[in-house]
Design a protein around this ligand. Structure first.
Ligand code: DC
Length: 231
């Protein structure tokens, strides 16, 4: 039996999973695992080789040729490496989101990630965020959260984020992209985004970061007890 605790946080993109999961992991002394970043790194590898992200055989070949590793910086932030190069920034490009979503639908890619993710949970207390953590990767997780918000709210957050970074943004286009990515992630055959039966839903629509964070913390405390969450 696993001596470590696992907290699975799933939900659509832009619901605030990574921001809140990272902060909570830091408060609790848990390892934060952003699984989307691993899919993004596969997406980047495929894009750089000019391979079709929907071609399972070609993508599987790429997986055999590259070295994808993760680590943690001195600030505690997760870093992704592709053949030794730190690609933590490069994987955040808009184009890579589409590559990630497409390669994430392929069986060889999901199998490749499954063992990596389980290995981490077998050796650490983890807060792992993604789409299929509570349903497929860690079905035994003590805490499962489905973190969600309206598509409009999520698009608006992304829009403000881009403006804050001084980048140009088109709200209508962002909303279209959000809806399209939701569709891709929910309609794929393997490990689609869906709420685990025993997951607690945390809906952050209309809520700011502090309030959402508190809601999430309460949901985790309800399962693990206050001591584990506020050590
Ligand atoms: O969370 P994110 O936006 O960085 O994830 C990038 C893509 O990876 C997203 O489109 C869905 C996919 N993904 C997945 O299929 N399963 C996960 N556990 C995490 C991410």
């Amino acid at each position: 039996m696993n001596q470590y605790h696992s907290i699975a946080i799933d939900g659509p993109s832009g619901a605030g999973k990574s921001t809140m999961a990272r902060a909570l992991a830091q408060e609790m002394g848990y390892l934060y695992v952003d699984t989307g970043a691993i899919y993004r790194t596969v997406g980047l590898a495929v894009q750089r080789r000019g391979v079709d992200p929907q071609d399972p055989q070609a993508v599987e070949q790429v997986l055999g040729q590259v070295d994808i590793t993760m680590g943690y910086g001195s600030d505690g932030a997760q870093r992704m490496y592709l053949d030794g190069e730190d690609v933590s920034q490069a994987i955040r490009q808009h184009e890579i989101s589409h590559y990630a979503s497409q390669v994430a639908a392929l069986a060889p890619v999901r199998a490749f990630l499954l063992s990596k993710q389980r290995h981490l949970a077998e050796n650490h207390n983890v807060i792992m965020d993604g789409r299929d953590i509570g349903t497929v990767v860690l079905p035994q997780a003590e805490v499962k959260i489905f973190l969600t918000a309206d598509a409009k709210d999520r698009a608006q957050r992304r829009y403000l984020e881009l403006l804050e970074r001084g980048q140009k943004a088109d709200l209508d286009q962002i909303l279209k992209d959000v809806v399209e990515r939701d569709r891709q992630d929910m309609e794929r055959e393997i490990a689609p985004l869906k709420k685990a039966e025993d997951a607690t839903v945390v809906d952050t629509t209309g809520r700011g970061l502090a309030e959402s964070h508190e809601l999430l913390r309460k949901a985790i405390e309800a399962k693990l007890g206050t001591k584990e969450v506020r050590p």
